[in-house]
Design a protein around this ligand. Structure first.
Ligand SMILES: [Zn+2]
Length: 305
């Protein structure tokens, strides 16, 4: 079975010239996967825009309406950090649909990847840090509502703490939130995940991978999730503009392999999202984002799942 990958051309919404969020990366990632023979056209699944009531399993009706209609006040808009447009509103919703689809595919096939997603700074009533709706939280709630899963583990290895996700699931025993992030980085005020592992500035590959190995196997056997949602942000990379850790390409790939092989060996399905990544050199950045899909492809073929 080939790895199911989720992509929609609408993942790219035009932003003003010079905006620091590199949105073209989503399309370039799709192109790179095809060009490098990592994936073939028939592996791609196209998501749809979810019904608003699904988004409202996590977010307040007033926030969803205001965002989708472009009537958020200027302060709330600034906190998101992306200028509103109808195309961006559509892109936001279709990317949430992408993570929902990826999670369903992971349940079906054992492993699946979205070429977007990981908007973990979004809270129920507001967005923040380039994150508008929390796709990880919405996909969790949708699968639970459909009785497809009960227990969910969210592994968030983006360099920034998954504060929105932690807040949303605080006190909810059905969802375990694990965030390993650089301590001295956005968000300034951290929330409390079920397990937070704050890392010092400048941590390199081996220390990072050893830290992850210290927690991950026990976490899986303790939580025994019906599905793992994995935020494979590449902003812990040494060249990332917003990072502050010092992982190499090899380190990121080894990290992704470590997560995927540990989960799959335990029989836990994994839905991956690409998470954050910020660089002026888009080619290098897109290659980094492709690492989780390369890792997942390898795991899928070696395990015959
Ligand atoms: Zn990040």
């Amino acid at each position: 079975m080939d790895l199911p990958i989720v992509y929609h051309p609408d993942y790219v919404a035009p932003l003003p010239e010079g905006h620091r969020f590199p949105m073209a990366k989503f399309w370039l990632l799709y192109e790179l996967l095809l060009k490098d023979g990592v994936a073939y056209d028939n592996q791609f699944h196209i998501p749809t825009v979810p019904q608003q009531e699904l988004i409202e399993l996590v977010h307040t009706n007033s926030y969803v309406n205001a965002y989708c209609q472009g009537t958020l006040d200027a302060k709330a808009q600034r906190r998101i950090g992306l200028p509103w447009s109808p195309a961006l509103a559509n892109r936001t919703c279709v990317a949430v649909g992408g993570t929902i689809l990826t999670a369903s595919l992971a349940l079906q096939y054992g492993l699946a990847c979205n070429t977007a997603g990981g908007t973990h700074h979004a809270f129920p009533s507001y967005g923040s840090g380039f994150c508008i709706f929390n796709d990880l939280a919405i996909a969790t709630r949708v699968l639970q509502k459909l009785n497809l899963v009960q227990k969910v583990l969210i592994i968030d290895l983006d360099v920034h703490q998954g504060d929105g996700t932690a807040f949303i699931f605080q006190g909810d025993d059905s969802v375990f939130t694990f965030s390993m992030h650089c301590d001295v980085n956005f968000p300034g005020t951290k929330q409390k995940s079920d397990l937070d592992v704050p890392l010092p500035i400048g941590m390199e590959d081996d220390d990072y991978l050893q830290t992850l190995a210290k927690y991950l196997p026990d976490l899986l056997s303790q939580v025994k999730p019906d599905i793992v949602l994995y935020d494979a942000g590449v902003d812990p990379h040494i060249a990332d503009k917003l990072g502050k850790l010092a992982l190499t390409d090899t380190g990121i790939f080894r990290r992704d392999m470590q997560v995927l092989t540990t989960c799959v060996a335990g029989g836990y399905p994994v839905a991956c999202v690409i998470g954050g990544g910020y660089a002026d050199n888009l080619k290098d950045l897109v290659y980094r984002h492709s690492l989780v899909i390369r890792a997942a492809t390898g795991v899928m073929s070696s395990k015959h799942i």
